[in-house]
Design a protein around this ligand. Structure first.
Ligand code: ADP
Length: 495
């Protein structure tokens, strides 16, 4: 049996077995479940099918660790985060290989995940030094009034499989940097890269027991773990990255439990190409935005809106570009399009494309699968009734639509229920900036595409794409303000 950090080469006949991490201990479980390699369909690891009792112990451990962690001086927290970044960097090749094997992630996106994780840890190392409050003038003579931030307590993180490693770090690092402790529940599709790898690295970096805890669960068994999070008073916030459908369930539950929740959800992200754009650049931007990580990124471009004078040239070039993207084993150098995460995802994506074509859409590229990999697909003339017209399809599928002018593009961009990321390609940055201000989206990149993440920048959605912003801006979500006054002398009370 191999455990923790021992990654046999592919093909070696060894299945790793993992444990959960609770209160600084690696704890086993009566039942394990199979963690599958999405490209091969083989078992890559066996992972604890954790229970509500495990979640309860994890919350206990996080609550016990909270007072000391909250009080730990910033310099000591800083040293821990910096050491963790060094460990991630040292284990880069192993993490990239794991992401391919567990999540079908090709090298380009895996490298991006590792790089962004190290940058996040190094940025967050300094967040302990951000100002924690304000002095506000009081109208009461002799009163000195302050608004001081303090951590919430235990933050429960629920992480997804798609950007497994970087999003798991984001789920816990932001809360921890502001003095909270954490329980992480990773996706059942990526319990190692989005879960158990995190405390393994943090333990090596020297984080105290209980500060981070990870509970895993069998497929479809998230709810008992979430029940514990919602029922426990020590858990003050749910930090979730995932689909809008699940986000809505969690927000409803958080409302009933009067807990905070931070939600980074889905998007139907538009890329607008104006007539004055450099068409070759716009094609590169669109191919990347739509097909990087097989379109399984919340910020992936779902619709490209192109001004008519350049529409045909742009589409001809984009169709050729899409057809040339390398499809196959994510562990091979040069692969861009790896497998979708599981058979259900492949069925869903191909079903939605078929539905659109049956309803009258024109297929310009792709539309079929190579094994578990869905080929880069471009559709046009998609009727409004087809799901793909305005709902996120979590795969390499781009809808193209010509527009008469920038106003029409902005109106279409704003017509969905989502508002996560948008890109707008134009030769005129000034005009692009003015248009960006009219797009209802948490992120707009002018003269760039939709997929970007830098840990210090406030990524987050409007409308059904979520609540809250990542980075230092998350201090608002992961701390609360206390109004404290001190009074010189004695006051007069009018009764
Ligand atoms: P996807 O369908 O792409 O896996 P989800 O939003 O369902 O996206 O999954 C994101 C995370 O949410 C995963 O960790 C998953 O286990 C978790 N999850 C799914 N449903 C629930 C639920 N009802 N309560 C709590 N967590 C859930």
């Amino acid at each position: 049996m191999l455990m923790f950090g021992q990654f046999p080469a592919r093909g070696e006949d060894l299945v790793r077995e993992y444990r959960q991490y609770i209160g600084g201990e690696w704890v086993g479980s009566e039942t394990l479940f199979d963690d599958l390699d999405p490209y091969r369909g083989t078992v890559m690891a066996r992972v604890p099918a954790g229970t509500r009792a495990d979640a309860a112990r994890a919350v206990d451990a996080a609550a016990a660790a909270f007072p000391a962690w909250a009080e730990l001086p910033p310099a000591e927290k800083q040293a821990l985060f910096l050491r963790a970044a060094d460990v991630v960097e040292r284990r880069r090749a192993e993490i990239v290989a794991l992401l391919a094997e567990e999540t079908g992630c090709a090298g380009g996106f895996a490298g991006f995940q590792v790089l962004t994780a190290t940058r996040l840890l190094r940025q967050a190392a300094n967040w302990g030094y951000l100002p924690v409050g304000e002095v506000i003038r009081s109208d009461t003579p002799g009163t000195f009034a302050m608004a001081l931030r303090r951590p919430l307590g235990v933050v429960a993180g629920i992480s997804p499989w798609n950007g497994a490693h970087v999003l798991a770090w984001r789920t816990v690092v932001n809360p921890l940097a502001f003095g909270n402790t954490a329980v992480l529940k990773p996706s059942e599709e990526a319990p190692v890269s989005a879960g158990l790898l995190i405390p393994e690295i943090m333990e090596e970096a020297g984080f105290p027991p209980g500060v981070i805890n990870v509970v895993t669960h069998a497929p479809g068994e998230a709810v008992p773990i979430a029940d514990e999070f919602f029922d426990r008073p020590e858990v003050r916030c749910i930090n979730f990255t995932g689909s809008s459908a699940t986000g809505r369930i969690l927000a409803e539950r958080a409302g009933r439990a009067l807990k905070r929740c931070v939600l980074e959800l889905g998007g139907y992200n538009p890329l607008i190409v104006l007539a004055d754009a450099d068409v070759d650049y716009a094609v590169e931007a669109a191919a990347f935005a739509a097909f990087f990580h097989s379109g399984q990124i919340c910020m992936s471009a779902r619709k490209v809106l192109v001004e008519r004078p350049v529409y045909h040239e742009f589409m001809d070039k984009l169709v050729k570009r899409a057809a040339a993207l390398a499809v196959g084993d994510p562990a091979d150098d040069g692969t861009v399009i790896g497998p979708l995460i599981n058979a259900a995802a492949l069925d869903r994506v191909s079903g939605e494309v078929r539905e659109a074509v049956d309803a009258g859409a024109t297929l310009l590229a792709g539309g079929d699968a190579d094994g578990r990999c869905y080929r880069p697909t471009i559709l046009t003339d998609v009727p409004a009734g087809a799901r793909i017209h305005s709902e996120e399809t979590f795969g390499p599928v781009l809808v193209a639509q010509p527009v008469d002018d920038a106003d029409e593009a902005v109106a279409i961009a704003n017509s969905t229920r989502y508002g996560l990321s948008a890109g707008l390609i134009t030769g005129d940055n000034q005009r692009g900036f003015a248009l960006a201000r009219r797009i209802d989206s948490g992120v707009v990149h002018v003269n760039d595409q939709t997929v970007a993440d830098e840990p210090q920048l406030p990524l987050g959605g409007m409308k059904d794409s979520g609540w809250g912003r990542s980075g230092p801006a998350s201090m608002h979500d992961f701390t609360e303000i206390q109004w404290i006054t001190t009074r010189e002398g004695t006051g007069h009370f009018p009764i």
